[in-house]
Design a protein around this ligand. Structure first.
Ligand SMILES: Cc1ncc(COP(=O)(O)O)c(C=O)c1O
Length: 401
């Protein structure tokens, strides 16, 4: 370890609450899909800060927009109008088909807002419903509401009791879902592609079961697109690929490409049930965050980024298939667009340091899955170089190096 690394670790160990087990790397600079550590070592970033840096690092248009906004006006609170929230909400409505947005600062807050708005919908109707149906292996965030619909006992256990009225059903089991949903269900919540759960897309049969259960019982559907939304899979949102029509959609991560912003997008039916004062956030949707998000939306739509993802996505798939064919430890690859998981026959944890050793950043999720969420701007040449490094890292782990 270098002196810089020693100082950083020593200071953090003394003063930063130890909730994260970090990799022993101090990243100081980025350019496009590349990151650089304090010693100047280069890494190909196949994770983009867990699906956040959609435009890559130091994107010129985003950097200009943030600098310009910082020199103009950063924050005013939601006590006043400003020109950017409505514009961003309009752009999100065009991409999602849901006409209204509530802005917040993170994915967990977007999920919290969706849960509260679903409860409020039934309260306003005069027939309160409390129950939420969520999926096994789901992840929706760390706040109490979002944690209550997150299945992993490891995350939940120390903080119980959580919301009492949550039932979990097996992912992609249409019969289990149909049996669980009733006229007591306020909402079903699901990630159209389970992210932390190992990059597992919902099946068309399960999507059809969600639609049928909602039609039968009146239950609302909340699509958590925090990880899978905003072009990541080559679709504006993955619920669209599944033919789902959610009443609420949670968005975060890529929306600000690194500037914290989240949103709950709601149908008109839900919006009609919400009153002044029902929910709020001091920072939510401030000028700086909206300006960054507008830049992301412009790149996605006018800049042709969604088209780009649809062009390079199949290339990633083809390369991953070749890697899977070569390495016996890779059992399956799953995903779409630029959201991929390689399920291994063993714990995937050693792939992360092996990747760092070969100059590529990936992450492990659901124990056996290597997760890839590269910046959406990644080119075919960069994909080839980065996956070549991942190939070498898998080989090293396989060889027991
Ligand atoms: C699907 C999903 N929902 C919600 C969250 C929580 O987002 P945040 O960490 O921004 O609160 C995450 C984070 O990984 C996520 O993947």
């Amino acid at each position: 370890m270098t002196v810089v690394m020693d100082n950083v670790v020593a200071r953090e160990t003394r003063h930063v609450l130890q909730t994260y087990r970090r990799q022993p790397v101090t990243l100081v600079r980025g350019q496009g899909v590349r990151l650089y550590d304090a010693d100047g070592r280069e890494y190909y970033d196949l994770l983009s800060g867990i699906g956040v840096a959609a435009l890559g690092h130091a994107h010129p248009a985003l950097a200009r927009a943030i600098a310009d906004q910082a020199q103009t006006l950063i924050h005013t609170s939601n006590l006043f109008y400003h020109p950017l929230q409505g514009e961003l909400a309009e752009r999100l409505a065009a991409l999602s088909g849901l006409p209204r947005a509530f802005f917040c600062n993170s994915g967990a807050e977007a999920v919290e807002a969706c849960l509260k708005f679903a409860r409020r919908y039934w309260f306003t109707k005069g027939e309160p419903r409390r129950e939420f149906i969520a999926l096994d292996e789901s992840f929706h965030g760390r706040t109490f509401g979002a944690l209550s619909v997150t299945s992993d006992e490891h995350y939940r256990g120390p903080f119980e009791p959580l919301l009492p009225s949550v039932k979990f059903v097996a992912t992609n089991d249409p019969a289990a879902l149909a049996a669980a949903v009733s006229t007591s269900t306020a909402a079903i919540i699901a990630e159209p592609v389970l992210g932390e759960g190992g990059i597992r897309p919902l099946t068309p049969a399960f999507a059809a079961a969600i639609t049928a259960a909602c039609a039968k019982t009146g239950a609302l559907f909340i699509a958590d697109e925090v990880q899978s939304g905003l072009g990541r899979t080559g679709h504006g949102f993955y619920f669209q690929a599944l033919g789902l029509a959610p009443h609420l959609v949670a968005v975060g991560k890529a929306l600000g490409s690194g500037v914290p912003i989240g949103a709950a997008l709601v149908s008109q039916q839900v919006a009609d049930a919400i009153s002044f004062g029902d929910h709020g956030s001091t920072y939510g949707g401030n000028l700086l965050a909206c300006r960054a998000a507008l830049c992301v939306m412009t790149e996605l739509v006018e800049g042709g980024l969604i088209g780009h993802i649809n062009r390079v996505g199949p290339h990633v798939e083809q390369r991953l298939k070749a890697i899977a064919a070569k390495h016996a430890i890779v059992k399956e690859i799953r995903g779409a667009g630029l959201m991929w998981g390689l399920e291994l026959s063993r714990d995937a944890a050693p792939i992360v340091p092996a990747g760092l050793g070969h100059g590529v950043i990936v992450n492990r999720t659901a124990e056996r899955v290597v997760r890839l969420l590269p910046p959406l701007v990644i080119t075919e040449t960069e994909i080839d170089e980065a996956l070549g490094r991942l190939d070498a890292a898998l080989g090293a782990v396989e060889a027991g190096e």
